[in-house]
Design a protein around this ligand. Structure first.
Ligand SMILES: O=CCCC(=O)C(=O)O
Length: 310
């Protein structure tokens, strides 16, 4: 039974985890590896897990694969934390994925931007309204790429009962402040930037503290250490981890389209926890970028160990 919306919203106030979707060499889903991956992530105590989202390569999954991922995650996590599923595409496709996620036992859905088409603000609101009306699950619109909202549109989203939060992957702080003001704080806002930790302090300045951590999927100890430092106001450790790990990771991510996901899988593979390759149009990280990432992970872990003995 899916979480009631207030319970779901209450859980979205911490470190949010985004598992990858493991594939075998044959290209098929690797569900046993997916379960191991979920266990590894749960050890870092995320507030919720968002499966089959951007990091989970939603856009390359069939409806049947998506359903398997959701059902496997719901069964494996077994209520330890809420499990939300990425959905998306055009309105009718997103409705199909949403209904399937609900039938698979998800507690909510993160709605990725509509595929390819960009309409007027009223059309964007109608897109999410039709998805929300097809489910009783909590719905979280995700602002990025083809889904950039006006503050007035978000205020309209806030009036839709199933809409429980708003995830921002666009990074315009002034727009987010306007959204927060116009929606009168009625909607929980989430920092959903690709390397969210580099934005954590800026978003906190406008009252947005919960964030999605892609790092939690491949370097959970670093992700947990940064979040705990952020929560207790430990600027020294935050700055150290930004310098030694997160800022160079963001710079590495900007070198190649698709690295927001490919580097996560590379990070897992480097550490002997491979989840296979990414699916096209993404490509795996290059050998030199893998080496750079390995160095960053070592630096991040060293920074944590140094802080622990200080
Ligand atoms: O925080 C960034 C990565 C997680 C995410 O937003 C996604 O996988 O869609």
């Amino acid at each position: 039974m899916a979480l009631a919306h207030p319970q779901l919203t209450d859980s979205l106030t911490g470190l949010l985890g985004f598992p990858v979707t493991p594939f075998r060499e044959s290209g098929e889903l690797d569900l046993p590896r997916f379960e191991e991956h979920l266990t590894e992530m749960l050890e870092a105590k995320p507030a919720a897990l968002f499966v089959a989202c951007g990091t989970g390569e939603f856009a390359s999954l069939t409806l049947a694969e998506h359903r398997q991922i959701v059902q496997t995650a719901v069964a494996h996590v077994d209520g330890a934390v809420p499990v939300l599923a990425g959905v998306g595409g055009g309105t009718q496709v997103a409705v199909e994925f949403t209904r399937s996620a609900e039938q698979g036992g998800a507690d909510g859905v993160l709605v990725l931007p509509p595929y390819l088409q960009v309409g007027p603000p009223s059309g964007l609101v109608e897109h999410y309204r039709q998805i929300a009306s097809a489910t009783s699950l909590g719905v979280i619109p995700y602002q990025r790429s083809t889904a950039i909202f006006t503050p007035e549109s978000v205020a309209k989203l806030a009036e839709i009962e199933q809409v429980v939060a708003f995830k921002d992957g666009h990074g315009d702080i002034e727009l987010l402040q306007r959204i927060r003001t116009v929606s009168d704080g009625k909607l929980l806002l989430l920092n959903g930037m690709p390397t969210a930790e580099t934005f954590a302090r800026a978003y906190a300045a406008i009252g947005v503290r919960a964030y999605s951590s892609a790092t939690l999927a491949f370097a959970p100890k670093i992700a947990r250490a940064f979040f705990d430092a952020f929560e207790r106001g430990d600027d020294v450790l935050q700055q150290t981890l930004l310098r030694e790990f997160y800022v160079p990771l963001a710079q590495l991510r900007h070198t190649t389209n698709g690295y927001a996901v490919a580097l996560v899988k590379a990070g897992l593979d480097i550490q002997g926890r491979s989840a296979g390759s990414v699916r096209p149009p993404l490509m795996d990280a290059s050998p030199e970028h893998r080496a750079e990432l390995a160095t960053l992970i070592e630096q991040g872990m060293a920074a944590i160990e140094t802080a622990a003995v200080a």
